[in-house]
Write a protein that binds this ligand. Structure first.
Ligand code: PLP
Length: 415
């Protein structure tokens, strides 16, 4: 990759990297090359400053106080909800529930809507490339109600076999839960098309957008899904905050997930009347600073623009693939035509954890393990992979450092 191939100059990237303080440090005596963005992305100073400002001058509990600070904090929290609504193109702020992240969002839907919806013998369809967060909650639900979990298979490129998925959709399919972008393979699913197929069978559809939100515009109305989940920390925002989008009609029908303060209209010892959504699903004091920080991360992404993000990440992906393929003994896992900037790989005769440890000596942070997708590892017959995942702030030099470190790993292991 050269910046010559791109309309984005080195100076632009240099300027953007200045927004991310963490990137300018040495680890183990080497400049940090942070290539684990699919696990969590780094935070721009705009987000860090928003968190600090919140705790420094705005901190107070929301929706409760009649005093100035509480009004300020409430307004900032609700403004973040509107930002998330626009980010997802949800129909109204009431369709945006703040949760801890994608995992909590899926658990909320599976345990609340799932229990309302499923009867013994019903079916839930997922795919073979799901993150554990989009497997286990459905498995727990199916076990508890006597429903069946059906898995649409993937092929050797790591793509969903759409014809098999379609075959699984039947009169007993009540819910479908699919990942938008796979965290271990990078595969981008055509979710609008897949939702359309499920809708022909009147299934309720949840899309796990944890890995899509950092990379591409999302329009839940255009996709046509009923639920969509995102995690703030994967899209340059704080940890411990995320969003569940749900169609209002369904949110209104669903029982609450947790009981407590804030989610009620009135309480007596005999009966509680619940607040309407979104409050119905936000029991207790929420992660106020997190929501505000996530709103600032959304602003940041929108100021960069999706064209910029896409061009930059596509360039990094192509360059990384080209360079990694030159490493003897490498096996790249996942080659879907439509993919995000994630590359999983193995090196002949070297365990993924050893790869991770050796490249760490060169300042390179990559993920190693099963990436919470053990069924994907089983499918490809590997115990684990190493995974490099790129954000717009990464550079060609960082890819080169990774490749050189992999060459070193081969030498260390006498390969
Ligand atoms: N789904 C996918 C595709 C993911 O990559 C992840 C996290 O890696 C999750 C779900 C879980 O997200 P969180 O840990 O933010 O709840």
């Amino acid at each position: 990759m050269t910046e010559r191939n791109s309309t984005i100059g080195k100076s632009t990237i240099g300027r953007i990297r200045q927004d991310f303080p963490i990137l300018h440090q040495k680890v183990r005596g080497k400049p940090l090359a942070y290539l684990d963005n699919a696990a969590t992305s780094q935070k721009p100073k705009q987000v860090i400053e928003a968190l600090s400002r919140y705790y420094g001058v705005e901190n107070s509990n929301i929706h409760r106080g009649v005093y100035y600070l509480s009004e300020q904090a409430t307004a900032a929290y609700e403004a973040a909800r509107v930002k998330a609504q626009r980010f997802l193109n949800a129909g109204s702020p009431s369709e945006v529930i703040f949760v801890r992240g994608t995992t909590e969002a899926i658990n909320l839907v599976a345990s609340s809507y799932g229990r309302l919806l499923l009867e013994p013998g019903d079916e839930v369809v997922i795919s073979g490339m799901e993150h554990h967060s989009n497997i286990v909650p459905w498995q727990m639900l199916c076990e508890s109600v006597g429903a069946k979990l059906c898995v649409a298979p993937i092929d050797d490129s790591g793509s969903l076999i759409v014809s098999e998925y379609e075959k699984l959709l039947g009169p007993r399919t009540k819910a479908v839960a699919l990942v938008h972008v796979s965290n271990s393979l990078g595969t981008i699913n055509d979710v609008k098309y897949l939702v359309g197929l499920a809708k022909k069978k009147s299934a309720v559809v949840l899309i796990d957008g944890a890995q899509a939100a950092p990379h591409m515009p999302i329009d839940v109305q255009d996709i046509g899904c009923d639920f969509y989940t995102i995690s703030g920390h994967k899209m340059y925002g704080p940890t411990g905050i995320g969003v569940l989008y749900g169609r209002l009609e369904l949110l209104e029908a669903m029982p609450p997930y947790q009981g407590g303060g804030e989610m009620i209209r009135s309480v007596t010892f005999e009966k509680t009347i619940y607040a309407p959504p979104p409050a119905k699903f936000e029991a207790g004091t929420p992660h106020i600073a997190g929501a505000i920080g996530m709103g600032v991360a959304i602003d940041y992404l929108q100021q960069l623009g999706w064209d910029f993000v896409h061009e930059r990440e596509e360039l990094l992906l192509r360059y990384a693939l080209e360079r990694l393929e030159t490493v003897p003994g490498i096996r790249i896992i996942g080659s879907a035509t439509s993919r995000a900037s994630v590359v999983s790989f193995t090196l002949d005769g070297i365990h993924a954890h050893d790869i991770g440890t050796i490249v760490d000596q060169e300042g390179v942070a990559i993920r190693t393990g099963h990436h919470c997708t053990q069924p994907v590892m089983d499918f490809f017959g590997v115990p684990a992979t190493a995974r490099a995942s790129f954000a717009f702030y990464n550079t060609a030099e960082e890819v080169d450092i990774l490749v050189n470190a992999l060459m070193e790993a081969r030498e260390v292991f006498g390969r």
